[in-house]
Design a binder for this molecule. Structure first.
Ligand code: NDP
Ligand code: GUE
Length: 300
């Protein structure tokens, strides 16, 4: 079998970014007289979320920042969670606040996100920050789409004039991804579950970002030869004899796509590690802004 595509190594890119963050975090500590700090709030016992929260905490500390983890019981009521968010908003040691999603069904996610100070909203989910992104003002950009954009620009240089198709229109991935690609002067199409003839729509694209949550949905014969494919999906297949814990796959059928694409991100080791590295980047940016310490954000 011939392999056409070059593999985009998100894990290595993220390691490099974290190394630069660590240098800048040490400089911040000298200037501000304190470390930058990230607070992560987890409600409930979802095992996948626990894994992410643990690796975020570890990488935060490795980059020379403080990690404050708040684990609340599954049955915590919305009022108690809002009280915690208020305390974190007021805490000068906390620069960034991340409330792990999804929240239990009895809690209104939008209420909780709106309660986070926009200046500490390192996830970029607050409507103030999504509004800033949509009109082109500086704010915080959601970590996963910003990580995807960094990989695309590293691979392709200018994206100006390229046809981009984003599959998925969620507020945390699809919509902000489309806004970022538009700001780079791509011609952007947003596809979703009601899109007609999805394979034909995808075939037009020079850039494909798949953020669907359907294991291996995008097939190689949907892809224009040479296109760049960014696979955001994180799907765990049922356990099998070869993978007792269940194999992790993306939204793209990697085996067929790698034959046709020009470049492609793997799962794992593609977009996922970038999400966490960008979270740390956003936290350090927040720290400088909140402490009034000058910083050239374009260096990260
Ligand atoms: N690597 C990382 O760091 C991250 C990975 N993820 C992963 O990315 C994926 C997407 O996440 P998220 O955006 O939160 O998911 P959502 O479930 O919020 O959104 C999924 C989107 O895909 C669309 N969709 C669903 N089925 C189809 C279909 N058959 N054809 C076309 N479009 C379809 C939906 O359309 P409609 O709006 O019409 O329902 C929706 O817009 C998941 O696998 C998630 O685990 C998420 C965040 C971070
Ligand atoms: N408020 C909030 N912000 C988020 O950014 C957020 C969230 N809630 N809820 C869940 C999703 C998902 N997410 C991932 C982060 C890292 C990997 C990651 O590092 N993945 C590794 C593999 C990890 C593994 O092996 O399980 C990889 O792709 O190589 C994946 C997914 C952030 N999310």
């Amino acid at each position: 079998m011939t392999q056409g595509a070059s593999v985009i190594d998100g894990k290595a890119f993220a390691e490099d970014l974290r190394a630069r963050i660590a240098v800048a975090a040490a400089q911040f500590e000298v200037h501000a007289g304190r470390k930058a700090g990230l607070a992560v709030v987890l409600v409930g016992e979802d095992p996948a979320s626990q894994v992410y929260v643990r690796s975020k905490g570890k990488q935060t500390v490795e980059c020379g920042m403080n990690s404050f983890e708040h684990k609340l019981d599954e049955n915590t009521d919305e009022g108690a969670l809002l009280d915690l968010v208020e305390r974190l908003n007021a805490d000068p040691a906390v620069d960034g606040i991340l409330v792990q999603l999804p929240l239990p069904a009895h809690i209104n996610e939008q209420e909780v996100i709106s309660a986070i100070s926009p200046d500490k909203d390192v996830d970029g989910f607050h409507i103030i920050n999504s509004g800033r992104l949509s009109v082109g003002l500086p704010g915080f950009v959601p970590c996963t789409p910003l990580g995807c954009l960094m990989l695309l620009k590293d691979k392709l240089g200018s994206l100006c004039g390229l046809d981009a198709v984003v599959i998925g229109r969620s507020n945390i991935v699809g919509k902000p991804m489309a806004a970022l690609l538009l700001a780079e002067s791509c011609t952007v199409t947003i596809a979703h579950s009601r899109t007609k003839d999805l394979p034909d729509v995808v075939r037009r694209a020079d850039i494909i970002v798949a953020a669907v949550g359907r294991a291996e949905m995008v097939k190689g014969d949907w892809i224009k030869p040479g296109a760049t494919v960014i696979d955001v999906g994180i799907n765990r297949l049922p356990p099998s004899e070869t993978s007792p814990k269940g194999k992790l796959v993306g939204d793209v059928d990697y085996a067929s796509a790698v034959q046709v694409a020009g470049a492609i991100t793997p799962v794992p080791g593609g977009v996922g590690p970038m999400t966490i590295a960008v979270l740390l980047r956003n936290t350090l940016v927040a720290a400088h802004r909140n402490a009034g310490v000058a910083f050239d954000e374009s260096t990260l």
